[in-house]
Ligand binder design. Structure first.
Ligand SMILES: Nc1nc2c(ncn2[C@@H]2O[C@H](COP(=O)(O)OP(=O)(O)O)[C@@H](O)[C@H]2O)c(=O)[nH]1
Ligand SMILES: [Mg+2]
Length: 252
């Protein structure tokens, strides 16, 4: 069994992408299982096979601890890893070839607190990959692009897994797509665009961040996908297959 975690900022399109991956794998003869790790999810675009909400109840935490929704979500996210064993058992019983794992809406609750990295590190699977979703509608300026690239790199350092970076909602940003993909593949192009920015201070800071990311070899290609049209899904699945061992089997 291989595991594919889907992470990214709130609203980036994680859940939609998870649903599309599940669909793609089952349409192509694999047996995928969905695992929802977002205790705050109100509705999901797929039917979770295994669901953290069966173990962690955000509304009950609000009442028990007299908390508002944000405080409750923090506790709920911290509780995820305490249910690792039960969740692992549920997944193992289904015996899938691949498990697609949707993560909490807010990336900071998952990647930057202890629970998420613990869960990722201790969840048992043959191979693990993290898909980090760049929200296509957030990265239209070079300064935003650098910020999200820094976040993607921090998440990779926190989760310590192989990572595939994805640009979501490509159907909404068709005109901008060549430029954004250009930034991802060439730090020179990104620097050129930063040089044209009017906000000199932000631009300078972004250039310093870009330099650090380039030196650390953190900049990765982006795979543009659309959850609406399914465009780019083949490229994404191929990139995942290059990382997880199951890719060898699927080529047969
Ligand atoms: N047009 C378009 N909308 C998308 C796409 N992916 C997600 N969305 C929309 O973006 C919003 C947030 O998506 P969701 O998957 O719930 O984000 P999450 O918070 O990262 O799980 C929803 O309204 C989705 O319908 C996409 O590829 N194209
Ligand atoms: Mg979601």
């Amino acid at each position: 069994m291989d595991s594919i975690f889907v992470t990214g900022t709130a609203g980036a399109g994680k859940s939609v992408l998870a649903s599309r991956l599940l669909q793609w794998y089952s349409d192509n003869g694999s047996y995928p299982v969905s695992l929802n790790l977002d205790p705050g999810a109100e509705s999901l675009p797929y039917e979770p096979d295994v669901d953290v909400r069966d173990y962690v109840d955000v509304k009950a935490i609000m009442e028990d601890y007299n908390l508002g929704p944000n405080g409750s979500l923090i506790i709920a996210s911290d509780l995820i890893s305490t249910h690792l064993e039960e969740i692992q058992n549920e997944v193992n019983e289904l015996n899938p070839e691949v498990v697609v794992i949707d993560t909490p809406g807010q990336i900071e609750l998952f990647a930057f607190r202890a629970s998420g990295p613990y869960f990722v590190g201790n969840f048992l699977a043959d191979d693990k990959v993290n898909i980090f979703v760049f929200d296509g509608t957030l990265v239209s300026s070079p300064i935003n692009f650098v910020s999200i690239s820094l976040l993607a790199s921090s998440v990779m350092l926190r989760l310590k897994t192989s990572q595939v970076n994805v640009l979501s909602k490509s159907d909404l940003i068709i005109d901008k797509l060549p430029q954004i993909l250009g930034w991802a593949s060439s730090s020179k192009k990104l620097e050129d665009s930063l040089n044209q920015e009017k906000e000199a201070e932000y631009s300078l800071l972004s250039k310093e961040v870009l330099r650090a990311l380039t030196m650390g070899d953190f900049l990765q290609n982006l795979i543009a996908v659309s959850g609406l049209t399914m465009s780019g899904m083949i490229n994404l699945v191929a990139a995942i297959a290059r990382i997880v061992s199951q890719g060898e089997d699927r080529k047969d």
